[in-house]
Write a protein that binds this ligand. Structure first.
Ligand code: NVA
Length: 320
């Protein structure tokens, strides 16, 4: 069966640990795994702006021995010029994997249903699982074992990062608290899914309205832009509504004395995070940005494990 990485809970706790271990190993020895040797092609398609995602997938795919075929979504116009299912069938004949940044999660699911090759979520409105994995790797590097640590996300808890951290953190056995205005609570089904996972892993997942209660004693503080891509028209309303959830020195002081700060970037200093915090000694955002490449390589290696071209029948068993 073709594997996909569409949302964080496509990796169970064992697989997630396997991917993080491989990512850590590839960070030390970047050219150790060549599942894309050939080079095999990976289609990387963007319906929304990108910097880190394009850069990290392109360099990571090259390091795995493959070729990144970057496709500008404004030219492809998936779902407008051509249906998602037809696009999927076409890409699946040219590429070994399809990586897609798009809008609704359902679009990605439709791509996965028809591509015939693994599909990776490079961000949707609902989830950003590659970023959450990079966050976990970064926490592990700076603070050790993930299980039992408290991660607090402040800001738009209904956005892709809030959702992905709930699921990925719970899978890792962390205590995940998301905090934001009541009108921007995480999707109830995602929160419930995270709580179900946490019940198995010994972690927890909760929405905590008050940012200071949420940050109290936390090991990791995370935020994200208040204005996710596509919501620019709401900028001024959001700047007002989210102001009490700014990640600033006062909020950091409520966390553990050695807490670290994460931000998936791009960051807007003076809005969701102050310059003092993101450019300060507790911030590990540049390691976090680098780690995108390492975790994505590990995800691709996992996906390709199940889709390596089958050895021709006549050569099977040869050499034994
Ligand atoms: N929530 C943000 C994440 C950016 C990487 C957005 O969707 O724009």
């Amino acid at each position: 069966m073709t594997r996909h990485f569409l949302r964080d809970d496509d990796l169970d706790p064992v697989l997630q640990a396997w991917v993080l271990d491989l990512a850590a190993r590839l960070k030390l020895s970047p050219y150790d795994e060549k599942p894309l040797a050939g080079p095999r092609t990976v289609a990387v398609l963007f319906d929304k702006p990108t910097l880190r995602t394009q850069a990290s997938f392109a360099s990571g795919i090259a390091e795995l021995g493959g070729f990144p075929m970057i496709i500008d979504g404004s030219l492809a116009q998936v779902g407008v010029r051509e249906s998602i299912s037809d696009t999927a069938r076409v890409l699946g004949r040219q590429a070994s994997v399809v990586v897609w940044r798009t809008h609704e999660q359902e679009r990605l699911e439709e791509m996965a249903a028809h591509a015939g090759v693994p599909v990776v979520n490079a961000l949707t409105d609902q989830f950003h699982p590659c970023q959450a994995l990079a966050d976990l790797l970064t926490i592990r590097e700076h603070r050790g074992d993930l299980a039992g640590q408290t991660l607090t996300f402040v800001g738009d808890s209904a956005c892709n990062m809030g959702h992905s951290l709930l699921l990925a953190g719970a899978t890792a056995g962390m205590h995940v608290r998301v905090s934001g205005p009541d009108a921007y609570r995480p999707d109830e089904t995602v929160l419930a899914a995270a709580q179900k996972i946490a019940a198995e892993t010994g972690g927890s997942a909760s929405f905590v309205g008050d940012p200071y209660d949420a940050a109290d004693g936390a090991d990791v503080l995370v935020t994200d832009t208040w204005v996710s891509m596509g919501l620019e028209a709401e900028s001024s309303v959001r700047a007002e509504v989210f102001a009490p959830w700014q990640l600033n020195s006062a909020l950091l002081a409520a966390a553990a004395g050695d807490a670290i700060v994460l931000h998936c970037l791009p960051a807007y200093r003076g809005k969701e995070i102050t310059a003092e915090v993101i450019d300060g000694p507790r911030s590990v955002v540049w390691d976090e940005a680098e780690n995108r490449r390492h975790v994505q390589k590990a995800v691709l290696a996992w996906l390709l494990e199940s889709s390596t071209p089958v050895e021709p029948v006549e050569t099977r068993g040869a050499g034994s």
